[in-house]
Design a protein around this ligand. Structure first.
Ligand SMILES: Nc1ncnc2c1ncn2[C@@H]1O[C@H](COP(=O)(O)OP(=O)(O)OP(=O)(O)O)[C@@H](O)[C@H]1O
Length: 259
């Protein structure tokens, strides 16, 4: 399902004049420093923050003007930051809330929930209370809910938070394997380089660059936007672009030789 955002101005986060596209089946990453407006922009896409101006088309329909909240929830699956906080649900109950926008039978819903839990490897935790899960387990439960929701667009807000290095690969690999059009805010730039087809860079609420990871993640852009020195090479294990970083001012000298 195609996403087309044009002329988007939001009442929060300084988000102004944002235009972006996600083609059907693409995995597009949204990167930018803390506070640059990534979460705020995503909220406007999944109908949680009404824009002052501009359009958000998902599957050709204006999310804010042509779709109801229910229709939008049927089309867009979301893994938001702190998305399950405050729920006193079991994992299976949480995942079942992903079926709310759909009018399918209870038995079909149960099968979909079971399959979603299996997909994220949480079958054995179905009856655990969400509030008792670790941070990484919570992320997987929220992804299972999004899988059960079966939206044609998947929006992820920093989905790899709390995950160990292997779990980060597993989660993003799982997302890719779904083959669903995906837009994800990501902090870890090497994960963005490894998993995303294209990237958009947000700085103070404006898109300042977009393109393939190799085109976007240049030392000049990373110095300007993130204030770091960087080297773009190739990950010898995967062949994907690979960044190494250092602070602009070499504060590492003061830490001594780690060897
Ligand atoms: N409800 C709100 N009220 C006031 N300011 C807000 C609100 N929501 C977001 N902001 C501000 O908007 C800016 C962008 O926030 P946002 O959460 O979108 O950034 P982000 O790029 O997702 O950051 P991070 O990487 O730290 O998660 C921040 O300065 C934030 O303080």
């Amino acid at each position: 399902m195609r996403v087309e955002v044009t002329g988007l101005n939001l009442p929060l986060g300084g988000v102004e004049g944002v235009a972006l596209r996600v083609e059907p089946g693409e995995f597009v990453g949204l990167i930018g420093p803390n506070g640059s407006g990534k979460s705020t922009l995503l909220r406007a896409l999944y109908r949680a923050l009404r824009p002052d101006d501009g359009t958000v088309l998902v599957g050709g329909d204006d999310v804010w003007r042509a779709l109801t909240a229910r229709e939008s929830a049927g089309r867009i699956s979301v893994v938001a930051q702190h998305g399950g906080d405050g729920f006193d649900f079991t994992v299976a109950e949480l995942v079942a809330t992903g079926r709310t926008p759909h009018r399918t039978s209870p038995s079909a819903d149960r099968e979909i929930v079971t399959a979603a839990l299996e997909r994220v490897g949480m079958t054995g935790m179905a009856e655990r209370l969400y509030s008792t899960l670790s941070g990484g387990e919570r992320q997987r439960a929220l992804l299972a809910r999004a899988v059960a929701q079966r939206g044609a667009l998947l929006v992820l807000d920093e989905p790899t938070n709390h995950l160990d290095v292997n779990a980060q690969f597993e989660l993003l690999g799982l997302v890719r394997s779904l083959g669903v059009t995906t837009l994800a805010a990501l902090h870890e730039l090497n994960l963005a380089a490894a998993y995303c087809d294209r990237l958009y860079v947000l700085e103070a609420g404006r898109i300042v660059a977009h393109g393939s990871p190799g085109e976007v993640l240049t030392p000049a852009l990373l110095a300007e936007v993130f204030g770091v020195r960087s080297h773009l090479g190739v990950n010898p294990l995967t062949g994907r672009p690979n960044l190494t970083f250092a602070p602009l001012k070499d504060t590492l000298k003061e830490t001594g030789d780690p060897r």
